[in-house]
Design a protein around this ligand. Structure first.
Ligand SMILES: [Fe+2]
Length: 286
């Protein structure tokens, strides 16, 4: 089983990036990957035309079926109201010259809006959600879910955007939150017994202190998973074989908890290849 992992495509940011991404999909196809995982921020701003172009690209490269593709949303795919000005050549700072209005919009973003945005994401990539095991029957919100790739390998897919962009702790619509109750129930699912378990989410699991040393305190605070400690403790209990994520735009392999391997492929110019034969081989590609 060969799994390609890409993240943070931010499709729609610029023509140059989109062209590189198009080549990348066909490169993954030529590497004979059995399955492609895109762990969030597929689009730059969750616009219909970005999702449509991506779906067409997935179809052209042969990945637009549930047995070959798994997707989950990143903050850019959901908080379209916030990211719609953030394109190459765009006026990135217009929002912050209108701080009160932007703050009001973040404050007003509520559960119904979240559900609407998530449902639009699901609908845009609906082919990727066939034959999944969920905790409920809500087609518009299947997260968290399990996808069995073959008789040995299982993906456990989480939505780490469950934090509404409350102004007090999500000023840049970039923080994350995983619902611990449903995460625990899916990790304890009987169908996972004896399987090689790969957990996938969007947000990174590095301690804020590590990110702060590298990128500064503001970046660390603005991008962190708010309940990271709870999730790491949960993962320690169920001990998946691998965790994949993006969000933090770099490629690296690290460990969390009791030696759980984690791979970040948040740099759109790079990708990871996970091969499961007798054991696990992780290759960082560019
Ligand atoms: Fe992100």
């Amino acid at each position: 089983m060969k799994i390609a992992h890409l993240s943070d495509l931010h499709y729609g940011f610029s023509a140059e990036r989109d062209a590189l991404l198009e080549r990348r999909f066909f490169q993954v196809q030529r590497a004979h990957a059995d399955h492609l995982i895109l762990s969030g921020d597929l689009s730059q701003s969750g616009r219909a035309e970005e999702f449509r172009a991506l779906a067409a690209l997935m179809r052209r490269s042969g990945f637009f079926t549930s047995d070959r593709l798994t997707v989950l949303p990143g903050n850019h795919d959901l908080y379209s109201f916030f990211f719609q000005d953030f394109h190459a050549g765009g006026d990135f700072y217009r929002k912050w010259r209108q701080v009160p209005r932007t703050a009001m919009k973040i404050h007003a973003y509520d559960q119904p809006q979240y559900e609407k945005d998530l449902s639009f994401f699901i609908h845009s990539f609906r082919n990727a959600f066939r034959s999944i095991l969920t905790l409920n029957d809500r087609e518009t919100d299947p997260y968290p879910f399990i996808k069995l790739l073959d008789e040995r390998v299982a993906l456990i897919v989480l939505d780490s955007n469950r934090c509404l962009p409350r102004i007090s702790r999500n000023l840049f619509c970039s923080n994350g939150y995983v619902d611990p109750g449903s995460a625990e129930r899916i990790l304890a699912h009987e169908k996972l017994n004896g399987k090689f378990k790969i957990v996938v989410l969007h947000h990174h699991l590095l301690p804020a202190s590590v990110v702060s040393r590298r990128e500064g305190r503001l970046f660390a605070a603005a991008t962190r998973l708010i309940n990271r400690r709870t999730l790491v403790a949960l993962l320690d209990r169920f001990h998946p074989d691998l965790v994949l994520h993006g969000h933090y735009h770099r490629q690296e392999i690290y460990q969390i908890g009791k030696a759980i391997p984690v791979m970040n492929n948040g740099d759109y110019r790079k990708w990871g290849l996970v091969e499961i034969k007798q054991g696990l081989t992780i290759t960082a590609s560019d």
